[in-house]
Write a protein that binds this ligand. Structure first.
Ligand code: PRP
Ligand code: URA
Length: 209
């Protein structure tokens, strides 16, 4: 069964409040999203496997811990998911990055696919899918289905804000995928926007409105 992890660290909650504020501009919004992604990344990678390797410190030889190569891939759902990549890359610089392009049709709220480019060996990696907003869950579910079609078996979903509807849909359609969020908000409005939410994440990141 898919586990919902609410990452409630006080600094994440503080930064999320700043992001929600409508008076926060694009530059600060992007910076805060990057910082939160790094902090959430710490939690989402807490159980990465470690190899033992032999090294020499200036004092003596020792067997030390190392994250093996070919372990992680970050896959943002375009556009807004891009805002979470840099923070994760700061934490795991060797992670490869794939991209899935989906946008929600404004009338039907259904996701429409327009791009998919993934690392060749993605099926060997733990894949972290990033998207700040988990609203109806349609975009996340489609992205997870696309990754599974490529052979991925070890996937986690990292969002900033979710609502019960979207979380339920992902958990029902992808029970093998754990979900990480910083907050679970109240509901969706008639336009399928999260309430209270933070508005349109893509527009706020890229300044398109
Ligand atoms: C937003 C958001 C998610 C999706 C969430 O993207 O970044 O991808 O909506 O909604 P859902 O859970 O109902 O599918 P949007 O379609 O606005 O595209 P953008 O990131 O390019 O702005
Ligand atoms: N996409 C967003 O960017 N915000 C929402 O509240 C819902 C979907």
């Amino acid at each position: 069964m898919s586990v919902l992890h609410i990452v409630g660290h006080p600094m994440i909650q503080h930064k999320l409040t700043l992001m929600r504020d409508k008076n926060t501009g694009s530059k600060d919004f992007r910076e805060l999203l990057k910082e939160i992604s790094l902090l959430m990344g710490y939690e989402i990678t807490h159980d990465l496997p470690l190899d033992d390797i032999q090294i020499e410190t200036p004092i003596c030889p020792m067997v030390a811990k190392k994250v093996p190569g070919r372990k992680l891939a970050i896959v943002p759902i375009l556009r807004a998911g891009l805002g979470m990549v840099e923070g994760l890359q700061t934490l795991v610089p060797v992670a490869k990055v794939g991209h899935i392009g989906l946008y929600r049709d404004e009338e039907t709220h259904q996701p429409v696919e327009y791009y998919c480019k993934l690392p060749e060996d993605i099926q060997e990696r733990l894949v972290i899918v990033t998207d700040p907003m988990l609203a109806t869950g349609g975009s996340a579910c489609d992205a997870l289905t696309m990754l599974k079609a490529k052979g991925c078996t070890n996937i986690r979903l990292m969002c900033l804000v979710g609502v019960p509807e979207g979380i339920k849909k992902v958990q029902e359609e992808h029970p093998d995928v754990d979900i990480y969020v910083a907050a679970v908000d109240d509901h969706l409005n008639e336009n399928a926007y999260i309430v209270p939410g933070l508005g349109d994440a893509g527009d706020r990141i890229f300044g398109t409105k």
